[in-house]
Ligand binder design. Structure first.
Ligand SMILES: [Zn+2]
Ligand SMILES: [Zn+2]
Length: 275
């Protein structure tokens, strides 16, 4: 409450620009985004793949439909769910969070994860009191950025669901990234998998053994990172792993049309190249 009042007062004294529409505004911006722009950040309400949460064309009516990739080979996690599609205002907000130091956006955006959290819970991706773990950055990368955006998102969902018996904070220094890989964007699916192979390690197995885990990240693209984390967690004795991300990148939407190794949910399984 105190920080919100302080933010409001600072906003009155020093007008700042909305990170999405760039208008200079007096008064408080919620997480750097103006009142007019927040409603543009909308959840995906259409059909999804029952296992990996991939948004599907509206023509698919079945409630337990699997996308081509999930029919061919399932991911090692129990299920993945995202708030929305990686495009438009949601994409702009995430890019600001990740690359322009808009750290305060993180926890506000994280509160949106309450919706996919319930979706994960309803499909049995985790039971009571799961450990909440952000996908880690390499320590050198986190120092450079000043924060881990996945941690801020995870903290936001912990706060949003505090009254529902969810952990107060995400667990840190349980899962670590041992190598700085090349950025995943722009790589083929095969290259993405190779890029994260053996990168993640569990350094405190006693904190997760025989527990369920909700793994939080900003964007799920091919699922290569989420799968590599899941493999490390399950080797350390974790029971179930649910993947919770703010956005899902899919080739059906213009912003990610050129994304390599893309999912093709409407094509026959044999022709799909995604993962
Ligand atoms: Zn705005
Ligand atoms: Zn799927």
């Amino acid at each position: 409450v105190v920080s919100r009042i302080a933010e409001g007062l600072l906003g009155l004294l020093f007008p700042s620009a909305c990170v999405l529409c760039h208008r200079e505004l007096r008064g408080s911006l919620v997480g750097g985004i103006c009142e007019d722009c927040w409603p543009g950040i909308t959840p995906w309400r259409g059909p999804i793949c029952d296992h990996c949460g991939l948004p599907l064309p509206g023509s698919i009516r079945s409630s337990n439909y699997l996308c081509a990739d999930c029919r061919r080979s399932r991911f090692p996690f129990e299920a993945a769910r995202s708030f929305g599609v990686y495009s438009g205002a949601l994409r702009a907000a995430l890019l600001n969070l990740k690359f322009r130091g808009h750290e305060r956006l993180g926890t506000r955006l994280g509160s949106l994860l309450a919706r996919p959290w319930r979706a994960l819970e309803s499909v049995g991706a985790f039971g009571a009191a799961p450990v909440i773990i952000p996908v880690p950055l390499h320590p050198s990368k986190e120092r450079e950025r000043g924060y881990n955006q996945a941690y801020l998102l995870a903290l936001g969902v912990c706060r949003a669901l505090r009254s529902h018996g969810v952990a107060k904070r995400p667990a840190q220094r349980v899962l670590v990234r041992r190598r700085v890989g090349v950025p995943q964007s722009g790589l083929s699916l095969h290259a993405r998998r190779e890029n994260v192979r053996g990168v993640f390690a569990v350094t405190a197995p006693e904190r997760v053994r025989d527990r369920d885990v909700v793994l939080v990240d900003d964007v799920l693209t091919t699922g290569a990172t989420a799968s590599a984390c899941t493999v490390a967690l399950k080797r350390a004795g974790v029971c179930r792993v649910g993947i919770l991300t703010l956005a899902r990148a899919t080739p059906q939407f213009p912003d990610v049309a050129q994304f390599p190794g893309s999912h093709t949910p409407t094509a026959p399984p044999a022709s799909s190249s995604g993962g």
